[in-house]
Design a protein around this ligand. Sequence first.
Ligand code: UD1
Length: 413
Amino acid sequence: METLTILGGQPLRGTLAVQGSKNAVLPILAAAAAIPGRFALTNFPPIRDGIVTRELLEGLGVRTFLRGDCLRLDSTGPVGSAPDPKLAGRLRSSVLFLGALLARNGKAAIPLPGGCVLGARPLDLHLTALEALGVCVRCEPGRLVCAGRPRGGTVLLRYPSVGATENLMLAALGAAGPVCILGAAREPEIRDLADFLTACGARIRGAGTACLRIEPAPLHGAAHRVLPDRMEAATWLCAAAATGGSLTLTGLRPDHLRPVLKTLSRAGCRITEQSGRLTLCAGPLRAAGPVVTGPYPAFPTDAQAPVMAALLRAAGSTVFEETVFEARFRHVPALRALGADIETAGQLARVRGVKSLHGARIAATDLRGAAAMVIAALAAEGETTLSQAWHLDRGYGDFVERLQSLGAEVHSA
Ligand code: UD1
């Protein structure tokens, strides 16, 4: 998807089933390389990051078969230790193959990962913790080389990094003794990885808390249903809120979305929940800040841009503070081009609600920033052309079709 044309002004209405979570499925796919076995993943999302990871697994020797939303994997044969640099370079999550391949082969050579550019994205937490477990880590130009089976022990993360926690969980699968991760991330996707690994025979305690313990255990293949994507859900809700629409989502976990739901309610949306369904009815919006991002269970950084887009026409001022990534206001210039009144200073942004937005020619910068731009364009009068729309394919399956099913006038080229 190169370019999107969006004719704004239509309130979004309808029902959508939430897809499987991008951030849950990617570490689970890496785990399938760590454990020799046959796996069946249902609710597999049709997103580009999933497709690229699948190609990367195939290159390592893991066989994969996709039918509908069920991805079957067979990693019973030999699995390589060096993922294809071209594929790995397109994904931030390729760094998780470090832990996975260490567990499987006792060595791994990983090209420096790609993904969204959100400022410096260091790997010091991953590497220091692996070294503390006795792994030898060497940084070569353009790639990381690790060797040695991790020994058991306790590692302390000074920040609850999602990726570092997942990498350590995967490396711990091949460790000689129990591994305890203190200061672990508590995101629902960590819990989903732990649920998958537990189904594979792993002995894990404390998933979803800051103290995670993984004990050595015999491992095997398993079936697992991927967690619903809380960020996809947040995006659709923000689009409905921004356009004054009403939307029902099915197959989601509202308990994973509390800070976003609270902000949208404070902004004047009526939100009701009933047995796995959530309905949002938007009214006239008012400012709903401050929105301060942070590690789970705080407000998720991935929802910051979509929620900002939803509040561009809300009466009053909303302040956003981004504490997780240093460059996560990259969507702001495009929102301004659509008529938004946003002032930024370092990690702070203040949105003053405007009466109306208008179409413009803009370019996507990153996955969630692109989603924010689409939300603002849907709420704007006139036509918007969004170039570099391929960013959206990384995390949203059938994006255009799903928007059209809600009444949006969107076309891709
Ligand atoms: C994951 C998610 C991403 C989400 C983020 C925070 C995936 C594929 N991506 O990214 O969508 O926005 O969690 O919820 O799951 N940091 C260090 N050193 C490290 C590692 C991280 O300083 O070794 C810093 C990062 O620069 C950033 C912060 O910690 O400022 C959070 O990063 P982290 O939690 O690791 O995010 P990711 O796993 O990259």
